[in-house]
Design a protein around this ligand. Structure first.
Ligand code: GDP
Length: 334
């Protein structure tokens, strides 16, 4: 038995803990709502709950999926998710949606998507948190990911739309980052930023049913483009696949490639190394944002912040001198 009292859990949160461990969807949903809350007392309860559940997390394959709106992410995730359930897996789908942080509306994660998958007991689909900065949303998704693992979901899919920063955030919390592409984008290959291509462990051209030859051509172009980049792993050259999510064509091959990826990086130790690196990077991100918040809230700093910023904008003080002044002010009162 886990010594709950020692873990700082009481009453309601013990029930949540047990519900999550038992894989109950309502408990998992409530636990995620708790970690998404910005209320200070909720934050503390959430941290105790996460600490208690941490030993039960980690046993999943975390897959990041990115692509522009309309590329077929939800069609693909639903078809792939259903095929995984048929193989006996339990799937969770989470999202990092940068649009939700700008206007509260969300491109991803509304309830009408993935209807078949959503009805399955073995699946858990969570819409994206709809407030806060991208960093805040990503942090909540990371915590939700751990909760889903503790609830026994052994395949976690984190999806995002293709706009730079959110892709980096998702690649930073998953084991395998998949770039979903449209086949007619061949000529626009340059439009995909090099930085994003370098994140990809696997590139998939969806909608290959529309024009199979175009899809093959796009895949070939992508292969040559990838060959010129520095691969993230010495043991893994990112494969390029074509498939049709709509016709459920190519899903089997996709899964085989994922298994090969897991085996290859598992054998070389890179899989575990990535997770260690990600955990440490996450810690530093939180330290950085905590320091930044503390800095802005510091009374001496907040008194002078607006003036100093105006001086920088007016060009009457250098950014270096301004930063030094503010940092000195923050250092004065301990
Ligand atoms: P998302 O915005 O990336 O989640 O894209 P959706 O999954 O909503 O798909 C956008 C549209 O493309 C929908 O009308 C899908 O039916 C269609 N679609 C998705 N996958 C395929 C595919 O493999 N082939 C074809 N022909 N259409 C597809």
């Amino acid at each position: 038995m886990t010594p709950m009292a020692e873990l700082g859990l009481s009453g309601e949160d013990r029930d949540l803990f047990e519900g999550v461990i038992a894989g109950r969807r309502r408990a998992l949903a409530k636990a995620i709502t708790l970690v998404e809350s910005t209320r200070e007392d909720h934050r503390q309860r959430a941290q105790s709950l996460l600490a208690a559940l941490l030993p039960h997390s980690g046993r999943s394959l975390r897959i990041g999926i990115s692509g522009v709106p309309g590329v077929g992410k939800s069609t693909f995730i639903e078809a792939f998710g259903m095929s995984l359930i048929e193989r006996g897996h339990r799937v969770a789908v989470l999202a990092v949606d940068p649009s939700s942080t700008v206007h509260g509306g969300s491109i991803l994660g509304d309830k009408t998507r993935m209807e078949l998958l959503a009805q399955r007991e073995e699946a858990f689909i969570r819409p994206t948190p709809s407030s806060g900065s991208l960093g805040g949303v990503a942090e909540h998704t990371r915590e939700a990911l751990l909760l889903c693992e503790a609830a026994g979901h052994d395949i976690i899919i984190v999806e995002t739309v293709g706009v730079g920063q959110s892709e980096t955030a998702v690649a930073g919390m998953t084991d395998c980052f998949v770039l979903l592409q449209l086949p007619n984008a061949g000529d626009d290959l340059q439009a995909i930023k090099k930085g994003i291509m370098e994140l990809a462990d696997l590139v998939v051209f969806n909608k290959a049913d529309i024009d199979p030859a175009a899809a093959q051509l796009a895949a070939a172009q992508m292969r040559s483009a990838l060959a010129m980049l520095h691969p993230a792993s010495a043991n893994w050259q990112p494969p390029v696949l074509t498939l049709s999510a709509l016709r459920k064509d190519g899903l089997e091959e996709f899964w085989q490639v994922l298994e090969k990826f897991r085996d290859t990086l598992g054998a070389s130790g890179e899989f575990a190394a990535r997770r260690r690196h990600q955990a440490l990077a996450w810690m530093w991100q939180l330290v950085d944002s905590g320091l930044r918040d503390g800095f802005r809230r510091h009374p001496a700093v907040s008194d002078r912040l607006a003036d100093t910023a105006a001086e920088v904008e007016a060009g009457s003080i250098t950014p270096t001198a301004a930063a030094r002044r503010l940092l000195d002010l923050a250092g004065q009162q301990k």
